[in-house]
Design a protein around this ligand. Sequence first.
Ligand SMILES: Cc1ncc(COP(=O)(O)O)c(C=O)c1O
Length: 382
Amino acid sequence: MSDLSAYRNEFPVLNQRTYLISASLGPLSVRSRRLAEEHLDLWQRLGPEELWGEHGLPRLERCRRQFAELIGADPSEIAIVPSVSSGLSSLATCLDFEKRPKVVLTDMDFPTNHYVWRAHERRGAKLDVVPSPDRIRVEAGDVVDRIDDQTPIVNVNRVLFESSWIMDLPPIIEAAHDNGAYVVVDDFHGAGVVPIDVHELGIDFLLAGVLKWLCGGQGLAFLYCRSDLIEKLDPLVVGWFGTMEPFNFDRSGLRLRGDAGRFETGTYALPQAWTASGGLEIILEVGVEAIRKRSQELTSYVVDKAQEAGLELLSPGHAERRGGLVRMRVPGGMEGAKRILRQLFDRDVVLDQRGDALRISPHFFNTEDEIDRCFEELVKLV
Ligand SMILES: Cc1ncc(COP(=O)(O)O)c(C=O)c1O
C-alpha cells in the first residue's frame, strides 16, 4: 500500500468530514488557502502595476508552467482560459466545417462538449455521435470507424465523467491523423490522476480545469495546443491579452500572439492563480504516477465494498480501465439517490450523485478507513 498520509494535514476538511468527491471539487489545501490570503494582503496594499505586474501575472505564468509539466507540454503550448467550455469554444471557431463537416464525439462525452459543437451546426458542422454499448464504456474501434476525410476533429474525453472508463487514445489519434483530422481531448477527469504525455501521444489539443483533481479552485482552465498548429489557428474569440503587446494599446491591427496565449482574451481571474498554483504544486510534488497507484488501490477497495454491499457497479471492474471514480446504482431511482446523498451529508460523508447513481472518488490523500466509514453509513440508507 502506498503511504501518502503525510499530505492529509494539507486538507483540513479531512478532520471534519469523510470527503470522497475530488472528481467534482478537489478540497481546499492549507497551501492554497495561505496563497489566497497572500493575494488578499497584496491587493489590500498594492496598486495595479505592482499587484498584476509583479505578482499576479508571474503567478499565472507559474500555473502555466506547472500544467505544462503535468501533461508533458511546453509552457508556450498552454493557454489560460476561464473554463473548458470557453477554451473549446474558441478552438471550434478556428475550424472550417464547409469542406469537413463531420465532428466525431461520443454519447458519453461531457454535455458541454456537445453544446459547443452543436453551436457550430449553424456554421455547417454535423455531429456524428458514437454510442456507448452499455453506458459504461466506449470502444476506441467504434470511434475509429466514424473517422474519415470529412472529419475536421475528433472530440474525446480521456476519462468518461460518469463511469470513469479510460478511453484508448492511440488508435483514435492514429486514425484521425491518417485522415487529416485533429484530436481534442477533454481531460478534466484525467489530468492529475492518470498520467499523460501529450507529446508522446501526439495529441493536438487538450483541455482541463484545476477545479477537480488538481485541487486548485474554480475559474481557471488550460488549453494545450500542439506547437506546430498554433500559428495556423485564428480564433474568432479574441481580446487584448491574446495579442503580442497588450500594453501598447495599439488599435491599428490585430496581431495575435505566436504561442498558445493567442487563445487568451480579457482580464484573467487572477486571484484563482494563487489557489491554482497551490493545488498544482501539491499534485506535482506527489507525482501523478504515485497518485495513480494510490488511486487504483483506493478505487479497487471501493469496488470491493460496493460488491459486498450488493450495489450494482456502473464503472469498469478492472483498475487499469478505470480512472479515479467509482459509480454505483442505489435503490429508488434519481429521487432515491438524491435522498441518500442528502442523508450522507448529514452524516458528514460527502459524495455526489448523477441520475440514479452515486459517485465515489477518493484522491491520493484518502484512506481505506474513510471508505469503510462511507459504506457503514451507506448500507444503513439503501
Ligand atoms: C469532462 C468534463 N468536461 C467539461 C466540464 C465542464 O467544464 P467547464 O465548466 O470548465 O466548462 C466538466 C465538468 O464537470 C467535465 O467533467
